[in-house]
Ligand binder design. Structure first.
Ligand code: VG1
Ligand code: CO
Length: 544
């Protein structure tokens, strides 16, 4: 008897993936055939997947398990020979990237809406990563979108739901399924890169840290690596249990949403080090005692100190950063005479550069840092990189950052987000800026001379792919920048992001607060965009 069936279906017209996968409200994904159509569109866009290996898992958010059952049956019907599934259906994004590479899979589905809130009224998402372990590039996501608009049926298997609570192998019709504990694979990879002995000594000498897993996917990974393997005190990991609704929180590691951790690190008896990760484990926030490290500075500092880390000593071929990320890393690259690349927002643009051996370290201002050990940003990896540096340098986080600024100058940086803005108003804001931009070059703004304005576009240096519309830039003659961009990961209204950067070489001014140093640029950005008038808001939703 054949268990494979074809189910007729009509297209949904809203399945274009954004910055990182298809993200929608859970209720949208719960519509009949919605998830199935998208998954079939992916298989079709790949030109079929018969005989291939697949990786499957998610961040444990609401609908994770239901979606895994659906995808497994579809994978079997589409001819996948073997699927690796995370135990309990859970895989962090970097762990999934690693498994795809390790098992030479054709790719993997990562079920996550990353830092977006979860639960029945929250968000769900599906990302597809390619055989290199990295997010599907634009030409594939566009092909998926096209297929999703033409779909008339999908393939699935009539089969009982599977259990993945235990690590075991079983058959789903003709496909073999292996349920694995991805934590051990991932921790092996980490121990091959970092000096675990040095980090162990750091903890045994009394170094204290708090890691906030925000009830998201990194809890089990962080507990195993930090507490069990490296000997950090029990209780170092807080909010370590993954929950389907992230405990009602917003699993975005920044100063606003990781407030539990921020309160601890800014208290009287703060530990030496604090860190947090997001829903799917690819982001990181780094805090010292009463000190916040901007993600852009973090990338530059990792690059500058890479020689103290065994896996990176003498091995940094190049650095890539997304366009809105501060240019702090460029200064390190210049000093070290290594290549530096500027890409559009989203990890998918780093893949080709890493595959071609052009870059080793990559980073985004949005709390994303990573390297070519996988093809995703990696939250816990960044935390271990910092711990390795701290173990060798034996200085505080603040001192390391201040010395870095003293040596390279400080790229003062901040991002202002206005979330859930009405779509029409957000488009009007961008249009306003676009129109005004044409006449800005040569004029004074915020006490600086505007050198250029453009809408950032990118030609991939490896395969020549062109991509445009990645953010309006105002570049000043001293290298300062104001950038405006609409988010491609939200599910409700629009999020307007304003990125502000200026260079401050004067050490005496490094003690000042970023918002203070950027004040004239903030005022100019508000005037130019007319955000206060158009949205009726007088402050951003989130400042990082
Ligand atoms: C945001 C960040 C971007 C990041 C993306 C996915 O995108 O700005 O840097 O790559 O999220 O990260 P956007 O379009 O909202 O600005 V994750 O951790 O949500 O997969
Ligand atoms: Co994420």
């Amino acid at each position: 008897m054949c268990n494979k069936i074809s189910v007729s279906s009509n297209p949904f017209l809203d399945q274009r993936p954004g910055t990182s996968g298809l993200r929608k409200k859970v209720r949208i994904f719960q519509q009949a055939h919605y998830l199935e159509n998208f998954v079939q569109a992916v298989f079709d866009a790949l030109g079929g997947v018969s005989g291939e290996t697949l990786v499957l898992g998610g961040d444990g958010r609401y609908y994770n398990e239901t979606a895994i059952q659906v995808i497994l049956k579809m994978a079997a019907a589409n001819g996948i020979k073997k699927t690796w599934v995370g135990q309990n259906g859970i895989l962090s994004t970097p762990a999934a990237s690693h498994l795809i590479r390790k098992h030479q899979a054709i790719g993997g589905f990562i079920l996550s809406a990353s830092h977006n809130p979860g639960g029945p009224d929250g968000d769900f998402g599906v990302k597809f990563n390619m055989a290199n372990g990295g997010p599907a590039p634009e030409k594939i996501t566009e092909a998926v979108f096209l297929k999703s608009q033409q779909i008339s049926s999908y393939k699935t298997t009539v089969w009982n739901d599977c259990s993945f609570s235990n690590c075991a192998d079983f058959m789903l019709d003709e496909m073999s399924v292996e349920v694995i504990d991805a934590v051990s694979d991932y921790s092996d990879l980490m121990s091959s890169l970092f000096d675990f002995n040095a980090i162990r000594s750091l903890f045994s000498d009394g170094f204290s840290m708090v890691f906030d897993a925000m009830h998201a996917v990194t809890g089990p990974y962080a507990t195993e690596i930090l507490e069990n393997i490296l000997g950090a005190a029990k209780g170092t990991v807080i909010n370590g249990q993954p929950l389907a609704d992230f405990g009602g929180g917003h699993p975005d590691p920044n100063l606003t949403y990781a407030s539990d951790l921020v309160n601890i690190l800014f208290s009287e008896n703060a530990p030496d080090f604090g860190a947090a990760s997001d829903g799917d484990g690819d982001r990181n926030m780094i805090l010292g005692r009463r000190f916040f490290v901007t993600p852009s500075d973090s990338l530059a500092i990792l690059a500058a100190n890479a020689d103290v880390v065994p896996g990176y000593k003498g091995k940094i071929k190049g650095i890539a950063r997304s366009m809105p990320t501060s240019m702090a890393a460029d200064r390190v690259a210049e000093r070290k005479a290594i290549k530096c690349f500027e890409t559009p927002t989203g990890w998918k643009f780093f893949g080709n550069l890493m595959d071609a051996g052009q870059v080793t370290l990559c980073g985004e201002e949005s709390f994303g840092t990573g390297s070519d050990h996988v093809r995703e940003k990696d939250g816990l990896w960044a935390v271990l990189f910092w711990l390795n540096i701290l173990a060798v340098r034996k200085e505080s986080v603040e001192s390391i950052v201040r010395k870095h600024w003293a040596e390279y100058g400080r790229n003062v940086y901040s991002r202002h987000d206005y979330e859930e803005v009405d779509n029409a108003i957000a488009n009007k804001i961008m249009e306003n800026i676009r129109v005004k931009c044409t006449s800005l070059p040569g004029k004074q703004l915020a006490g600086r001379l505007v050198a250029a304005c453009d809408d950032f576009s990118y030609t991939d240096p490896v395969d020549g792919t062109f991509s445009s519309g990645h953010g309006l830039r105002i570049i000043f003659d001293d290298g300062s920048r104001i950038i405006f961009r609409l988010s491609g990961t939200g599910t409700k209204g629009a999020t307007v992001r304003i990125y502000l950067e200026l260079f401050e070489p004067d050490v005496a001014r490094h003690a000042l607060d970023a918002q203070e140093l950027l004040q004239t640029m903030i005022t100019a950005a508000n005037q130019l965009s007319e955000i206060p008038q158009l949205t009726g808001r007088n402050a951003p939703t989130v400042i990082t």
